[in-house]
Design a protein around this ligand. Sequence first.
Ligand code: BG6
Length: 513
Amino acid sequence: MNRATDQPEVNPLREGLATRAVPQPCSVVIFGATGDLTHRKLIPALYNLAADGELPPAVTVIGFARRQKSDDDFRREMEESTRKFSRQPVRDEIWKTFAQSIFYHQSDFADENGFKTLADRLARVDKERGTRGNRLFYFAVAPDQFEPILKNLKAARLNQAAEGSWARVIVEKPFGTDLASARELNRVVHNSFAENQTYRIDHFLGKETAQNILVLRFANAIFEPLWNTRYIDHVQITAAETLGVEGRAGYYETAGALRDMVQNHLLQLLCLVGMEPPTDLDADSIRDEKVKVVRSLRRMSDVETTVVRGQYAAGAINGKPVPAYREEENVDPKSTIDTFVALRLQIDNWRWADVPIYMRVGKRLPKSGTEISVHFKKAPAVLFNKENVTLDQNVLVIRIQPDEGISLRMQAKVPGTSLRIEPVKMDFHYGTSFGKASPEAYERLLLDAMSGDATLFARRDEVEEAWAFIDPIEEAWHAKTGAPGLCFYPAGSWGPNEADELLARDGRAWRRL
Ligand code: BG6
């Protein structure tokens, strides 16, 4: 508490964009309750919110899935996975109370009757647990299941809420596989739920440091004046993973790195870095500015020279041999799916004219880490920066994960009697600067959906614009003649040589993570 005012202290870095509206009591119905996402992310996130006292006590979770099981069976399974995947150790007494708010509803997604009984059950929960007619429907299922679920929610009138209550739907990625399918999916969703009831998850937006980009840019007076083509030489965005396809071949074989990571997560990060200041912190004001960035992206006409498409061959990660992508379980031995992409983008507006944006994303790289680096122009070639001495550029690095933080590289004189200049780093680490662990992205996003705050969710036009940018690349890759080749890289390396050449051609190099 702040003693002078008796107000809770709100730290803008910790609390995100603004003090959140209060999350309201509600029922959270999870479709696909026996799936991986529910086990690994959703229930652990809800448990952690409960443990931190952030979840309204009435919140009730109803797992909806096809398999037959009792509430107790479901609770036991959820306990097991929460113990495995929770951010903080599970405390028995908290789990016991939390488990009482978890229920299981067995039904096929296509069975209209299962939704009628769900409606009765939700009405009972409202009376018994005080969820006030508020419903959050979480689609943790493959997109081909959306249509029957939405149709049946509508038939059971669960897409509407009573006066003073709300019904919202959270949709997981992949949101389409191209512009046409994304539009179709939007059409299907909007047959039952309006845009302001629809929350499209991009979990990168829930990451603490992603939220901090706007605070860094617009709560500090020193960055914004420099944030443009006059002072910035180029920007790099890297999302590297040591993991391979991890048993997700069924999905990944139809997606690839460009659709899996660039269309959503990386473009979202780019929007936060590239957007103009919004007029206020309203969800739509922010999203209006973000979507303009994607709209301003120069469409890729020369895919051959601006995009590198790679796939991992056999290699080693941390000294352990790992197989090639084509040798992974359920992967076509002739697969041409991309597990690595590097791109050179251009935002065609006044702020970013002539500032190249380099992005790379890949699986089976030597290190896991996501970061954005803003490389400033060199100091002029006078005084300390004469022709025969080239000093490094100033680089502002935003570490999204791990070791979340921000660092600024600058030049300093090495102590001593001679004039030697070396780069030094000013470094801010979340871990040490705030005595509190960052919540998981899903915790923040679930809470925001319960509060009706859609700022950190992708709007319909954002998703569609992103596909409009991605589609020409995929089309060029799959052209019958003249398609750019796939470049192989050994697992455990930083991607194909062609990715280095992409920057070398411009006289630049990737930053070492
Ligand atoms: C998911 C992708 O959206 O993001 C995965 O489908 C990827 O392929 C994951 O591994 C990365 O997320 P995080 O939070 O682990 O960096």
